[in-house]
Write a protein of this length. Sequence first.
Length: 447
Amino acid sequence: MRRSVATVLSAVTLAALPVLPAVPGGLGVQGATASAADGGGRSDGGRGDSRYGHDGHSKGDGHGRWRGGWAASPQPPNTVFDKNWSEAGFARQTVRQVVRVSTGGSQARIELSNRYGRTPLKVAGATIARTDQGAAVKAGSVRALTFGHGRSATIPAGGELRSDAVGLKVRALESLTVTLYLDEPTGPATFHALAATSYRAAGDHSSDVGASAFTETSHSWYYLSGVEVSGGRDAHRDGVVAFGDSITDGFGSTLDADNRYPDELAERFAAAGRPRSIVNQGISGNQLTNDTDWAGEKAVARFRKDVLNEPDVGMVILLEGINDIGMSEWEGVPGGPSPARSVEELIAAQRELIRQAHAKGVKVIGATLTPFKGAQYYTERGEIKRDALNDWIRTSGEFDGVLDLDRALSDPADRDRIAAAYDVGDHLHPNDAGYRAMADAVDIDRL
């Protein structure tokens, strides 16, 4: 599910986002009330962390290990990219959101985030169902969700909450519709920008099968940060998290078509007959070393929450750093240029992410930064930094594997420039073919 973002963003905003690299020769492996989200503050269906271990295994339901089916990193409310509902929030309204899961199972649950909320968030009702078309869902598939066995829940400001498990047979690559009824004023909403088409209705339409009440649309997700599944195949800790900026997030790919590179990677695993948990924790505009009030916390701060709290994660593909380079060189960045970072500082940040991951037994695949010559924030000084960081990623031996996306997307006649066939048009972001090339660069037999 993705966006033709290039058509909705100004040229200024387009250029402010990062590039994802690609690998030739494939990927090599070198060796009721929620708790506050203070780094590990997720509540599992109101039951507390005692029911679910950190590896995502359910200790009491007999349905096996939980796996990430779909995810989106929370962002602060803003309208930098396009008009959306995040700043105004919701009151006596139903919001319906469509997501596609990478892997299947016999049970499902959702995760909601109020990470950037100023006040407690009351969820008056929630359902999950199989998607039909648009805002419609398939008859007979609607399941009411509960939180600690109650139909409603309150999530404190800064908190995150998982629902109870519900029986729903889900296939890999199936689209699910999650519907929330928010009866009390929410205030500004935690959301994920430039996502897919979401739908809004006045009043409570959380159990509707038809789409007629949903008369408004947006291209963002609201409060929903995860859909998890259990049952079926039960490999231990084989979940993959794609972590990064707009190129992981899928900026420039076709709206509602699921053409981001992690989507394409999930399709490759499914086509090979071995669906895998592949979730996307990219944020457009995100940086390794700098926070912003529109693209979220810096990577070294959000990594623990957005990656290491994913159930059953065993590997992360890390693609970050181009925004730290480019946004320090350009006056058109929302809020002004970011502080300049040296190559040594960018390497130190990547080392910190490796350290955090390895401390939890998670492997890290280092992805090289993709070409950006001709982009609005390109400079020769920035290119020198990109080349130096990529050289370290390729040769340091500090990663568990390297994905050379720089080589996969670059123009053979000018390795500093993205190939025209893969360029969405801003010389920074891939188009659908480029995202497919990124996924094709991964050796799925070695991941």
